[in-house]
Ligand binder design. Structure first.
Ligand SMILES: Nc1ncnc2c1ncn2[C@@H]1O[C@H](COP(=O)(O)OP(=O)(O)O)[C@@H](O)[C@H]1O
Ligand SMILES: [Mg+2]
Length: 341
């Protein structure tokens, strides 16, 4: 197996890192530990939480809320942001409704824009689209300020679906741009004052907007499918459901050519987690774990990058993050040596 350290050494130009997996498996912890590791290596790193409910503040034991980028105290070069979902949705809502109004106006469709706007807003994926838009912003605008951005987002599946949609979206945008061009050239041909109209046409705000949107999409897609720049890490536990979720996610991202960095296996019961006198619950969990570790080995083997032990308590505070980082980045991850016989 290629360890996480080896993988990262082979990908020195990585800029965008994502963690995905079922709820509660340790995505936020993994994202934080990866970000911590990059910062410790001297990379200026932004850890961005794009979840409806944030947990970076409690994880680092310091206030990182407020929707602004904040330095993480105690780690040079590490910054964090808990993106405010409501703000992102609000801003996206405004830009989408402005676009719809503008489109209807320019296309000379004399109808009330409100029902169209309502349809766009009640789309069940609207919130995810807003977060995706925010992520796009960060990837395109803030990437100059940071060497690495680690995204902690529960909505990986949604992000991936949106990337898939972007193909259709791209076609649609291309078509819109074409018809806009046709309409404008017709206007030039039919006008008496061609020079004046041509000048106006060249300043056409809708055309500029459409082209900008389409370029933005192409740029972010180009970044997301580049294995030198982007890596998705999937976190699982040695349990049935989290394993199936990871397998499904891997198939999904691969279908969209998004590079998989690997799989992190969390909460593995080791000698240390069992302790001197393990209780029955832990002993039973341990007995179960063997079969699941075998499944992981069989189905995901070459993708496994690290095993993390089950700690006696939650991962809270900088010291705990450091401890996990040590386990995640041990040069050779020899799980067998850790497992109780
Ligand atoms: N290896 C571990 N040992 C003990 N507790 C862990 C471990 N990994 C994660 N946790 C705890 O499990 C909970 C869920 O982790 P979190 O990273 O928030 O999951 P997710 O982001 O996938 O929902 C947190 O309370 C975290 O501290
Ligand atoms: Mg989380």
């Amino acid at each position: 197996m290629q360890s996480l350290s080896e993988f990262l050494e082979e990908h020195p130009d990585l800029r965008f890192v994502f963690t995905g997996g079922k709820g509660g498996v340790g995505k936020t912890v993994s994202a934080a530990v990866l970000a911590y590791h990059f910062a410790r290596q001297g990379k200026r790193t932004l850890l961005a939480s794009l979840n409806p409910v944030h947990s970076l503040s409690s994880l680092f034991g310091q206030d990182l809320s407020g929707g602004q980028v904040r330095p993480v105290r105690g780690v040079d070069g590490l910054f964090a942001i808990e993106v405010n979902t409501e703000d992102a949705v609000q801003r996206y809502r405004e830009s989408v409704s402005a676009r719809i109004r503008e489109f209807l106006r320019y296309a000379d469709i004399p109808v009330d824009a409100r029902p169209f706007i309502d349809i766009a807003m009640t789309n069940p994926a609207f919130e995810e689209s807003a977060m995706f838009d925010k992520m796009t912003d960060m990837m395109l605008m803030q990437s100059g300020e940071y060497d690495r951005i680690v995204f902690d987002t529960a909505a990986v599946a949604n992000a991936v679906r949106l990337i898939g949609l972007s193909k259709i979206y791209g076609l649609w945008l291309g078509r819109l741009i074409e018809s806009r061009k046709e309409a404008l050239s017709l206007r030039v041909q039919l006008s008496f004052r061609k020079d004046k109209v041509l000048e106006e046409v060249q300043r056409d705000p809708m055309m500029a907007d459409l082209i900008a949107m389409s370029q933005r999409f192409d740029r972010v897609k180009g970044l997301l499918v580049d294995p030198a720049i982007t890596a998705f890490f999937f976190v699982t536990l040695p349990l049935s459901l989290p394993i199936s979720v990871v397998k499904r996610f891997i198939e999904m991202v691969r279908a969209y050519d998004i590079p998989v960095g690997g799989v992190l296996v969390n909460e593995v019961i080791t000698h240390e987690s069992l302790g001197e006198t393990p209780d029955e619950y832990l002993r039973n969990k341990f007995a179960e774990q063997g079969a699941y570790l075998q499944t992981i080995q069989n189905d995901l083997g070459p993708l496994v990058r690290a095993y993390l032990p089950l700690y006696p308590r939650e991962v809270v505070g900088l010291e705990a993050v450091e401890r996990v980082a040590e386990d995640m980045f041990r040069p050779s991850q020899d799980l067998a040596a850790e497992l109780p016989a």
